[in-house]
Design a protein around this ligand. Structure first.
Ligand SMILES: Cc1ncc(COP(=O)(O)O)c(C=O)c1O
Length: 363
C-alpha cells in the first residue's frame, strides 16, 4: 500500500474474483460461465463493430436496452405483469457495475441487508461506498430466512437463485419482502434465474420499490463481454443514469452493446443452451449424491456440495491437481466446493476425478 492511499480504504477487503488461470488448461468449473460458445449471431454482432472502434459507443446503449425491454416485456406479460418499456432498463458493464450504481445511489441512507450466504460482492460494495449492512443468518443449511430479511429495516439485496447455494425462492417470497415495507428498496439479483426460476420483472407493474438486476454472463455466454441489465420504474432508472453519467457515460463498448442485443434476441439459442445446462445440473446432482455428497437443491448453473471426510479445501486442491478447477469459498462455506455445471464431458471428467480422490483417501 502506498502512503497516498485514502485512509477510508486502507482496511478495506477487496472482492477476490474466481481464478482465471493461464498456466494450463483446466476443466474450468469455478466461475459459473456457460459451457457453450456465444451463438453465431452474437459472434457476427461482435465482429460487426471491429471497424468502428475509433468512434465512441452509444451512451444510452439503445439497441441493447430496446432488445432487453422487448424480451423481458414478453417474460413479464407471460407471468401476468405489464410491459417493460426502454425507460425501465439500464445497461451496465457487467451486472457488477449496476450493483455498484444501486448501492451508491440508494443504500447510503437506509443501509442494506442481505443473506449471510450470498454474493461476496455485496459487502464489498457496501464497504466501498460507506453503506452500513446487516448479514442475515441462514435458516438451516441452504435456506434463506425470508421472514428475518422482511423484518430488517434496511434496503434488501437478494440473489435469486442464491449466489452460492443456487436455491431459488418463489416470487411470493419476493412479494413478502416488497410488501413488508414499501418505503425501502428490494434489489433482486437474477444472475442465475434463467436456469430454473421465474423473473421478478412481472412484479414491477405492482411495486415501485423493486429493482431487478441480471447479467448476460451466465445464461447468454457473454461473461467476457461484460453486459449487465437492471429493470425498474423509470424514476429509479433515471437516478441510476444520473450515477452512470457522473461516473462513466460510455460504460459499454460498441461490441458489447451489439453482442448483448444479439444475445437477447437469439431466443432459440438461449432456450436450447439454458435447458441443456439445467438437464446436466440434475445429472450432476445425481452423480454427486451417488458418491456420498450432500448437494444443494440448486436451480442455478452450479451446485454447492460437501462430503464427509473431506474438507472443501482438500477437495478443491485434489481436483485442481487433477486438472479440474472448482470454487473453494472458505469462511462459512469451508466444508463445501461450488461446482459450475459444465458440458456433459466436463461433468464426467469432474465425477471421474472425484471417484479417484474418494478411492485414494479410502473414505
Ligand atoms: C449473484 C451474482 N450477481 C452478479 C454477478 C456479476 O456478474 P457480471 O458482472 O459478470 O454481470 C455474479 C457473478 O458471478 C453473481 O454471482
Amino acid at each position: 500500500m502506498s502512503r497516498f492511499f485514502s485512509s477510508a480504504y486502507r482496511d478495506m477487503q477487496a472482492y477476490v474474483p474466481g481464478e482465471q488461470p493461464r498456466d494450463r488448461r483446466y476443466v474450468k468449473l469455478n466461475t459459473n460461465e456457460s459451457p457453450f460458445p456465444p451463438s453465431p449471431a452474437v459472434i457476427a454482432a461482435y465482429d460487426s463493430e471491429k471497424g468502428n472502434v475509433n468512434l465512441y459507443s452509444d451512451p444510452t446503449a439503445k439497441a441493447l436496452v430496446e432488445a432487453a425491454a422487448e424480451v423481458y416485456g414478453r417474460e413479464s406479460r407471460r407471468l401476468g405483469g405489464g410491459d417493460i418499456t426502454p425507460d425501465m432498463v439500464i445497461a451496465g458493464n457487467g451486472s457488477d457495475e449496476i450493483l455498484a450504481f444501486c448501492v451508491t445511489a440508494f443504500f447510503r441512507d437506509g443501509g442494506a441487508a442481505f443473506p449471510k450466504v450470498g454474493y461476496g460482492f455485496y459487502p464489498v460494495f457496501c464497504n466501498l461506498f460507506g453503506v452500513p449492512f446487516d448479514e442475515v443468518p441462514m435458516k438451516g443449511e441452504f435456506e434463506v430466512d425470508i421472514a428475518a430479511l422482511a423484518a430488517s429495516p434496511c434496503n434488501i439485496m437478494i440473489a435469486n437463485p442464491n449466489a452460492q447455494t443456487g436455491v431459488y425462492v418463489p416470487l411470493s417470497d419476493i412479494e413478502t419482502l416488497l410488501s413488508a415495507n414499501k418505503d425501502r428498496l428490494v434489489l433482486v439479483d437474477e444472475a442465475y434465474c434463467d436456469f430454473g426460476g421465474e423473473s421478478a420483472v412481472s412484479l414491477l407493474a405492482r411495486y415501485d420499490n423493486l429493482i431487478v438486476v441480471t447479467t448476460l454472463s451466465k445464461s447468454r455466454q457473454l461473461a467476457g463481454g461484460r453486459v449487465g441489465l437492471a429493470f425498474a420504474r423509470p424514476e429509479i432508472t433515471e437516478d441510476l443514469n444520473k450515477i452512470k453519467y457522473s461516473f462513466n457515460p460510455y460504460n459499454l463498448d460498441r461490441a458489447a452493446i451489439a453482442a448483448g442485443a444479439a444475445a437477447l434476441l437469439d431466443t432459440e439459442y438461449f432456450d436450447r443452451t439454458r435447458k441443456a445446462v439445467a438437464q446436466e445440473r440434475e445429472r450432476l446432482k445425481d452423480s454427486l449424491g451417488g458418491l456420498g455428497f450432500v448437494v444443494s437443491p440448486s436451480l442455478a448453473n452450479f451446485v454447492l456440495a460437501r462430503r464427509d471426510g473431506l474438507s472443501g479445501e482438500e477437495l478443491y486442491l485434489a481436483l485442481k491437481e487433477r486438472g479440474v478447477l472448482v470454487r473453494y469459498l472458505g469462511g462459512d462455506l469451508s466444508d463445501y466446493i461450488r461446482i459450475t455445471v459444465g458440458s456433459r464431458a466436463e461433468c464426467d471428467a469432474l465425477v471421474a476425478a472425484i471417484k479417484k480422490i474418494v478411492k485414494e483417501k479410502n473414505i
